[in-house]
Design a protein around this ligand. Structure first.
Ligand SMILES: Cc1cc2nc3c(=O)[nH]c(=O)nc-3n(C[C@H](O)[C@H](O)[C@H](O)COP(=O)(O)OP(=O)(O)OC[C@H]3O[C@@H](n4cnc5c(N)ncnc54)[C@H](O)[C@@H]3O)c2cc1C
Length: 467
């Protein structure tokens, strides 16, 4: 491929030939749309949002109490948003990694690790129990160093976290990239999944247990009285004793929660399936999910039909907290991602791309979920997964149901559940702050990880993010 400007043009042509839709959702056997809600209805538990948060909440509620009537309303289609368009890394961590968790919740970090491991096992068990066909592969994950200073980081992380450190030859024997200097393989804490199929399978499991699901039914408002909650929709009113909010990066129906979240867009490419010769040139026999170690990091993995999914690096925040379909496409980011893919795997130079897309990540200032209730305990929410919610949303769903029960439980007493992050400032400060942080993180990556005054100030205020 040509060098310089013409290379960028060539890469742009290559990526723009891909379909502008999430690979995971673009399946011939995708479920037919479900009917919207019409008229007035009542139920014990209303769930708003048909991503992993809402689906797990509905399923766990029914499993715990089959007699409870549960109705889930989804504004668009089940799994169409973050849950059907992520990287499919299904990780045990509830805290967006060990460093973030250990730093924020030192006293209970061991408990959170244990709960996270149990959560991942419980997801695997539910997939088996309900026969959900979602290519769940307990591959583990590989963190790779591509700069000298990152080797020592992985080495000390491996010692602290009981992952397996791989030197240059060992990591390249796993996944063959000329850019790798070392790696750290977490063999147990991570799986790869086809996330849209997981969402569709959870919805089907919910329905088999008696949950009613209405799609294309946005909730437009909430009100409560002594008897429960009124959920307004365009074509009717839903009365519920309790409500779970699983609305993620979308504007919260509880307005006071809005400053806690900014939607940050993340972008993904998927290649054509690799030929046997291309796959052999990379190795990747253990099919781990891979991520590199910079502040701006890529994540990548194989799909069941041996395409490479390649995403991350270039997270974009748009002024004013907007979530909108136009942001799902960003040609400059796709070309950059393709460039980085070919640098990592020159063996794939020239391979075509089948899909390109983006999606909104519900970013909060502590980089892992927070929880709570509104309307005097009748509505529960879990928000702020910040890009690591494929598995953690099941834990969040448990927390929401336990908060709604009003009982003191192990989960409701966790510091992670009782505390909340610092909100973002209003615009234009939020925008300026996010841009300054992005710029500084990119600069730190170019300076062997050295953090400038802005990042050190955020670290000191408990707002820093190292990876
Ligand atoms: C590009 C990308 C890559 C990612 N990669 C990973 C990864 O590899 N691993 C990982 O762990 N996490 C990843 N994540 C994050 C992960 O996908 C999310 O944390 C998780 O899917 C959140 O699930 P959710 O159900 O809370 O949100 P969503 O899946 O966004 O679901 C929220 C739902 O609520 C609905 N809704 C909103 N408002 C209303 C309303 N008023 N009325 C009715 N319905 C409403 C929406 O239509 C939507 O369907 C990634 C995210 C993105 C965008």
């Amino acid at each position: 491929m040509p060098e310089g400007g013409s290379r960028r043009e060539e890469l742009t042509r290559l990526v723009m030939a891909a379909d502008p839709v999430p690979f995971w959702l673009d399946q011939p056997d995708a479920p037919a749309p479900r009917e919207p809600l019409r008229g007035d209805l009542s139920c014990d538990l209303a769930v708003i949002g048909g991503g992993f948060s809402g689906l797990w909440a509905a399923l766990l509620a029914k499993e715990a109490n089959p007699g409870r009537s549960v109705l889930l309303i989804e504004g668009n289609r089940v799994g169409w948003a973050a849950s059907g368009r992520n990287g499919g890394f299904c990780e045990a961590s509830l805290t967006h990694g060990t460093d973030n968790g250990r730093q924020r919740f030192p006293a209970e970090f061991g408990t959170l690790e244990q709960l996270g491991a149990e959560n991942l096992d419980a997801i695997e068990a539910a997939i088996g129990r309900y026969g959900i066909d979602c290519d769940f592969e307990r591959t583990g994950s590989l963190a790779v160093a591509t700069e000298d200073y990152q080797v020592a980081l992985l080495q000390s992380a491996a010692e602290a976290d009981r992952t397996t450190f791989l030197d240059r030859d060992a990591v390249r024997a796993e996944v063959n990239s000329p850019t790798y200097l070392a790696g750290s393989w977490d063999k147990h804490g991570s799986a790869c999944v086809q996330p849209a199929r997981l969402a569709w399978g959870l919805a089907a499991a919910c329905e088999r247990l008696g949950v009613r699901i209405a799609e294309r039914t946005p909730a437009t408002g909430l009100a409560s009285d002594a008897d429960g909650v009124t959920v307004r929709t365009r074509r009717g009113v839903l009365r519920a004793r309790r409500v779970v909010l699983g609305t993620n990066a979308f504007p919260s129906l509880v307005r006071r929660l809005r400053p806690y979240i900014v939607p940050v867009y993340d972008y993904v490419l998927v290649t054509e399936p690799l030929s046997p010769a291309q796959l052999a040139a990379i190795g990747w026999r253990n099919r781990q999910g891979v991520s590199d170690t910079g502040n701006q990091f890529h994540y990548y993995r194989l799909t069941a039909d041996n395409r490479v999914l390649w995403g991350g690096y270039d997270a974009i925040y748009h002024f004013g907290h907007a979530v909108c379909a136009a942001y799902d496409q960003r040609p400059a980011t796709f070309a950059l991602l393709a460039d980085h893919l070919f640098t990592t795997f020159p063996q794939l130079e020239g391979i075509g791309f089948s899909h390109r897309w983006g999606g909104a990540i519900d970013t909060c200032t502590r980089f892992c979920a927070f929880f709570g209730t509104a309307h005097r305990g009748r509505i529960a929410y879990a928000l702020g997964y910040t890009g690591l919610g494929v598995a953690a949303t099941r834990f969040g769903a448990r927390v929401m149901l336990e908060l709604l029960s009003g009982e003191r439980t192990e989960l409701t007493q966790l510091e992670m559940v009782r505390s909340r992050p610092i909100p973002f400032p209003p615009e234009p400060l939020a925008y300026l702050g996010v841009q300054a942080t992005r710029w500084s993180l990119a600069r730190a990556d170019r300076r062997s990880g050295r953090r400038n005054l802005w990042l050190r100030s955020l670290d000191a205020a408990g707002l820093g993010f190292g990876s």
